[in-house]
Design a protein around this ligand. Sequence first.
Ligand code: PMP
Length: 455
Amino acid sequence: MTKTDANSAWAKDRNHVLHPYTDFSTFKEEGSQVIETAKGMYVTDTDGRKLLDGIAGLWCVNIGHGRREMAEAISDQVLKMQYYNPFGHSTSEPAAELGYWLASHAPGSLNHVYYTTGGSTANDAAIRLVHYYFTMRGQHRKKKIISRNDAYHGSTYVAAELTGIHATKNSFDKVAENLIHHVSAANMYAKPQDMSEEAYCDFLVQEFETRIQQLGPDNCAAFIAEPVMGAGGVLVAPKGYHRRMWEVCKRHDMLYIADEVVTAFGRLGAWFASEDVFDYQPDILVSAKGVTSGYIPLGVTLISDEIYDVISRPQCEGGVFSMGLTYFGHPVACTAALKNIEIMETEGLLANSRDVGSYFHEAAQGLTDLDIVGDVRGHGLMLAVDLVADKATKEGFPVTSQMGARVFKKCIENGVVVRPVGDRIVLSPPIIISKDEVNTIVSALHSAITDVSNG
Ligand code: PMP
């Protein structure tokens, strides 16, 4: 059967499946690449093409693909107890065990977890918990959330509104006027060249302070930020930024939400990046993806003892916390998380991520010699390469030139999957990656960018 036969997965998918972030008009013609098998660092499509996965599926398959231990743990749990009502006073052993592990390893007093189905729903839960908390404290006006331009926080309606990437806003109305506000992204590549890192950090902190004053500190409930901005372009903040933004929050009795959907579970070489890498303790921490390495969907929203103490008071006007997801604490997903964590522990994958992560950045710096590479940056196993028309002015290419998409296609020809986000190439390989595999990715990218820039 060729892929275009009506019975092929390609044809069925093209005719019936609505893919995320996809231009449906071109999809109708081109369809998808169907990935059939996946093992370790590699995926193989239905044309038999074996590709090195430079993006860990979508920032998530941290322990690598197709692991038997995961399959066995998942199947054992399905046979033992696959699902039961998680509401109120009913739970499962895996949900309890994972809650205990998270509380023991998360920063500060983040000792309480609300389970969700992924990162977007975990961010929705975070905002609802913030609002619930201030309502229980009788501060009914303290509800505004400050996010950042270029942030990505998800695709449910509230999470999409937290998101600051303008292209995601097309044709969607705001859920609530005046609830979510954005300040500048911490983007070292975009900072004026003659401004020092310290001065840039001062500027960002001052802008945040000013915005809070404009909105009124009594109205501002929380700030949300990724430790390293992922989809927005792997933007690493200036030194000390997160801690200083956290200090501003503390001064105004605001909560700091760390969106660690990407950065936790080894991507930056630690279980959680906010405390271990960036030295601040958020009041709320959101994660997903690497928590199960994408084997089963799961999101987690962790809150501090201080928040828990308020929301667990005898109820007054707050009523019960009325966010209820059928798949809260799904026993099979929590089992997958526990086995995934065990694998990371026994194989020393956090250390591997740190070691190979620094090698990755050294190796990729060579790409800056290419004429159209404006910047190579990142942290741990997150890396971005900006393609620009003019290195001196940092001016980008016209949208129609589709440089990112062309580099992506060349990389596929070279046997490596990368992720184009506009004219930016993003990389986030599984954290089991070796230095040899880093070399393969970097040389595939080098040759793809050279080919594309030569026309
Ligand atoms: N937050 C961040 C930082 C993310 O990168 C993502 C997904 N890429 C999300 C939230 C949303 O997660 P999900 O797609 O699992 O809903």
